[in-house]
Every structure is written in C-alpha cells, then in structure tokens.
Design a protein around this ligand. Structure first.
Ligand SMILES: Cc1ncc(COP(=O)(O)O)c(C=O)c1O
Ligand SMILES: N[C@@H](CCOP(=O)(O)O)C(=O)O
Length: 551
C-alpha cells in the first residue's frame, strides 16, 4: 500500500539512492588540492599555423589524398613516418613555416534575430555578452567557403582512423571548423570522437518495424559520455590561455556527473587543477569516483544541479577559475562534431531524424550547429529534423514546447533515473529553442517507467544503454506510434553516456525492486542449487524449446 501511494519521483529517489554517492565521504576530505599548478608544459617547438589555405584553386583541383593528414598538403602518414617517441614531435616536424592561417573564429552574442557588431577574441575570458546574452563561436565562413564541400569531405575522410596528432581525434579531425587558430601543441586530446554509429537492426525491425534505425554511441568514449567532445576543446583553449600567461588558477564546473568526469580527466592530462561542484546524492557512484580518481577538487553540495550551477557562476565571477559548463560556448564547438561525424558515417548523407536527450540543452544546439555547418559549406544539402527528449520529471523544455514556445518557465526538477538530465533551469534554453524551431523540431518526454522500459528493451537487442538514452528511445517509440517518424525514415538516436555508469538502476529494474514500475522486461538471475538436476530444471523452465525437443 505504501508503495502504491508512493509517487514515481519518490520511487526514483529511493532506488536511485542505491546508485548514488549519497555525498558519502569516499575520501572526499582526504583529497588534496594539487600543489603545483599547470605543470608539464615543456613543449617548445611551435606550430601554430594551418596551411589548408595554400590556394583555393589547388584545393579544388586536388582534394587531399589519404596521405594528407595535416590539412596543409604535407604528407603525414603516421604508419610510414613513425620513428619518434612522440606523435606530437612528429606532427610538429611536419608543420611547415608560415603563412599564418586564414581561418579564424570569435565569440559573438547568441542573438540570431538581432545580429550585433559585438565580438570577442576566443582568447578573452568571457561567457556572456554585454547585455547578458549567451555567446556563440562564429567562424569566418567566407574563409572556409573558399574550399568546396568535396574538399572538406576528402580532408575529413582522410583523417579518420589515423594516429596523426591531433587529427586522429574525431573532434580535431575537424580542427579548421572547431578551433582553427590553436597550436597543435596546445591541444589536450584523448583521441575522442569517431564513436560507433550502431545499426540498431533488431531494435528497429522487431520493436518498431523500422529498417534504418541507428544509435550514435557517444558514450563509448574516454570518460564514458559525449562531454569528452566538448571538453577537449575547452581544456585545450585553457592550456593555450595559460601559456599566454592569462590569470587562471583552474577550471570549474557544476555537474550531474558527466561534465565533471570529462573536465577532471582532461585537466589531469594537462596538469591543470579541476574544481567540480556536484549535487550530493544525485549522481551515480561511477560518475562520482571519476573526478576523485583524476585528482579534481570535488565539492559535494547540499543542493541540486541548478543550485550548483548558480554557485559555480558566482565563484567563477569572483576568482580566476575558468567556467567549463556548456554556458561556455567553446564546449559546443567540440560537441557539434558528433553531428558532422554522423553525416560522414553515412557517406555524407543526412538522416531524416536525430533524437537527443536534453538537460542543460547545450547539446541539442551543438547538433544543430554541426548539421547547419555541413550544409552551409556544401558537404550536405539539408539538415535533419531534431527531437529533444526530456525526462517527464525534468521537462521544462517540453512544457515550453507544448505551450507554443510562450513564456519559458524553469521547473523544480524531480529525481529521475536519468539523473544527468535532472535539470530544471537549463542554461541553453534560448539556443535549444532556436535549434528546434529551425529544424522543424519536436520535444518529447518520457516517464520513469517509459525510459527504463525503453532502455531495457534496447539492452535486450545487444546494447547497454544509459537511462538518458532510454529517454531518447522512449521518444522514438512514441513518435513511431504516432507515425510522426515513418517506418523507413533514417533515424539516429544519440546515446549520450555509457550504460556502465548507471548499473545500479539497471540492477534495481531487473530485480523488480522499483515500486510503481512493472519492470516488464526484467531478466532476473535465477538462484539454482549446484547439481545437474536443479540446473536442468532451471534450464527447462527458462528454455521451453529444450523440453519440446525432449531434453
Ligand atoms: C548522459 C547525458 N545525457 C544527456 C545530457 C543532456 O545534455 P545537455 O545538457 O547538453 O542537454 C547530459 C548532460 O546534461 C548527460 O550527462
Ligand atoms: N549533464 C551535465 C549537466 C551539465 O551540463 P553542461 O553541458 O552544461 O556542462 C553534467 O554531466 O554535468
């Protein structure tokens, strides 16, 4: 009875606790702040120029061969040339001297309906425009347009699967579209990106009657989420700023667990202090242990994500700690490469639909930006329709969409198994609305039961999905049921984190321990006595075909 009267969000809270860190010490107090700041930048050789611009004419006539990996016509085939200890040394040796790059990017206010002249160098530490708007990274599209779509496709394709620094990274393989002016030596990369675009054949065909369903596994990544794509860019830029002697003591973020993991890993790789603000009891143990292991300063705060976000904004205004949340538009430059990668993986064809789980709402805009850039630079001829999927327990964008985009109101987000998107006051609301309006987009929501069932169903076809991916899959199921998404529509569901970060909710589901959830697709293990008779009985009860065939 008690269970029956328990609200779904309360159920989620209870069972989520088993997965969460509970703000338990786990050595938090024993963590020492690193004593020396920004160690280890001993590289000397400089290679700050790109030479893709050599001549437009030449580029048009000679798209790069698979040997051209540094974007400048300089053959850089790692397997043939590898004879040094460091792939960075090797890349540096191949950098030719001047002329300087013609590609550039700057911050402008995110103000698509009222463009202004206001702009800032990416080397400035600025997160908002004068009147408080979000910023956007604006590329010199005229310079990029000097090269046609064919050129860019060939260049990007030539870099896939190589070890050439830094282009072996799925993000930095698109360097000219991301951070064109950064010195390769300053880049902090774990060769993120190039993630699997998985043909979800059984899930598509058997559950939805679809034959062209794909899951972009962004969570199969260095720290287990798509955040790596943005964090390599942000931490690389911080690395550059430090070398320019900008006053920065470290990099900080508020997080529901994935941003903090990515920030901590990339900062640790570069010897830069990371400071992470986490909502106590609201992230998984697997997520909590990541920044701890990477030596970040971890503050477990008695508030929710939105509270952590307010605090990190206040702190970064007062002390020279660089803000690493997606409020900082640098992050989105890396994240947008997942969209470019999807087109690339389809041989530069555009899917009909892309479904993205949304929380702070930076990623949906990043996807939009990546698709638009491909179209504007002639690699593709259209953009897909975007769907942003939210947990019903944290659904401010969904409510806004349903209200006809009138008067956005933040909500108090309730606990959800999709804990990384338990966000009620998303920073990038304006960016998300813009992306959805301009892609003929849709917003869907998923209840706790729907998202857990969808995730379990996907797992039964060979995936191992996180609850956020469950939210996106659930949106797909609903849109298929309404026939908004057609049987033959090429559809990509973006999986944003690795399921292994969220095992406890899966265990609770499969153990049927979650009140108010039927756990329809639970597959609990069977306790069996260790003798042949008991084992055969158990097998016969689980595998009817055994009995049918006389075993
Ligand atoms: C696993 C996961 N999925 C989805 C999201 C949502 O991304 P965004 O905040 O950019 O909307 C986040 C973070 O918010 C996340 O960590
Ligand atoms: N899910 C995020 C929430 C913060 O989002 P961000 O993209 O603004 O950093 C997390 O993992 O912290």
């Amino acid at each position: 009875m008690a269970a029956a009267t328990m609200s779904k969000s309360a159920a989620a809270t209870n069972y989520h606790h088993r997965e969460l860190g509970y703000g338990r010490p786990l050595g938090l107090r024993r963590l020492k702040k690193p004593s020396s700041l920004f160690l280890g930048f001993s590289r000397h050789a400089k290679c700050s120029t790109l030479r893709v611009e050599a001549t437009t004419h030449q580029a048009e006539q000679n798209p790069p061969s698979s040997e051209v990996a540094d974007g400048n016509g300089s053959p850089l085939n790692a397997s043939k040339k590898r004879n040094s200890n460091s792939i960075k040394d090797e890349a540096r040796r191949h950098c030719l001297s001047e002329p300087p790059t013609t590609f550039s990017a700057k911050y402008v206010p995110f103000s698509p309906y009222e463009p202004t002249d206001e702009s800032y160098s990416l080397d400035e530490i600025v997160y908002r425009s004068k009147d408080g708007k979000l910023l956007d990274v604006q590329h010199d599209m005229d310079a990029l347009r000097k090269f046609d779509g064919k050129y860019w496709k060939s260049l990007f394709d030539s870099r896939v699967g190589k070890t050439t620094w830094p282009y072996g990274s799925g993000v930095w393989s698109k360097k000219e579209w991301v951070l064109p002016e950064i010195d390769n030596d300053d880049i902090v990369s774990a060769f993120e990106g190039n993630s699997n675009l998985f043909w979800a054949e059984r899930f598509g065909k058997e559950m939805l009657g679809m034959n062209d369903l794909w899951v972009k596994h962004c969570g199969i990544s260095h720290t287990g989420s798509f955040k790596d794509l943005g964090m390599t860019v942000l931490v690389s830029q911080v690395n550059r700023l430090k070398k320019m002697n900008k006053n920065l003591l470290g990099v900080g973020c508020a997080s529901t667990g994935d941003t903090s993991a990515a920030l901590s890993a990339y900062c640790a790789a570069a010897g830069i202090p990371a400071i992470v603000f986490l909502p106590a009891n609201k992230i998984s143990i697997a997520q909590l242990v990541q920044p701890i292991a990477n030596g970040a300063v971890v503050l477990s705060l008695d508030t929710d994500f939105d509270g952590c976000m307010r605090l990190i904004r206040d702190v970064t205004e007062q002390v020279p700690i660089y803000l690493a949340n997606s409020l900082n538009s640098l992050r989105l430059e890396g994240q947008k490469t997942a969209a470019i990668e999807i087109c690339q993986q389809f041989d530069w064809e555009v899917p009909d639909w892309v479904i993205v789980p949304g929380g702070n709402l930076g990623n949906i805009y990043a996807f939009y930006k990546g698709f638009v850039m491909c179209k504007e630079l002639g690699l593709t001829n259209r953009i897909p329709r975007l769907v942003c999927a939210q947990a019903a327990n944290a659904n401010p964008l969904y409510l806004h969409y349903k209200a006809g985009w009138k008067n956005f109101l933040p909500v108090k987000a309730s606990p959800t198994f999709a804990s990384a998107i338990q966000i009620g006051d998303p920073v990038s609301i304006d960016r998300a609305v813009y992306a959805l309006k301009n892609s003929d987009g849709i917003v869907e929501e998923a209840t706790e039961e729907e998202l857990m069932d969808a995730s379990a169903q996907a797992d039964l076809t060979g995936m191992f999905t996180c609850p956020h991916t469950g939210v996106a899959l659930s949106a797909l199921i609903k849109l298929r049921e309404k026939n908004v998404i057609g049987r033959t529509d090429r559809t990509v569901v973006v999986s944003t984190a690795h399921g292994l970060k969220f095992t406890q909710s899966k265990i609770a589901y499969h153990s049927k321990e979650i009140p108010e959830l039927q756990s329809k697709f639970a597959n609990p293990p069977v306790d069996v006595k260790a003798n042949l008779g008991s084992v055969m009985d158990a097998l016969q009860s689980r595998l009817p075909s055994l009995r049918e065939k006389g075993f």
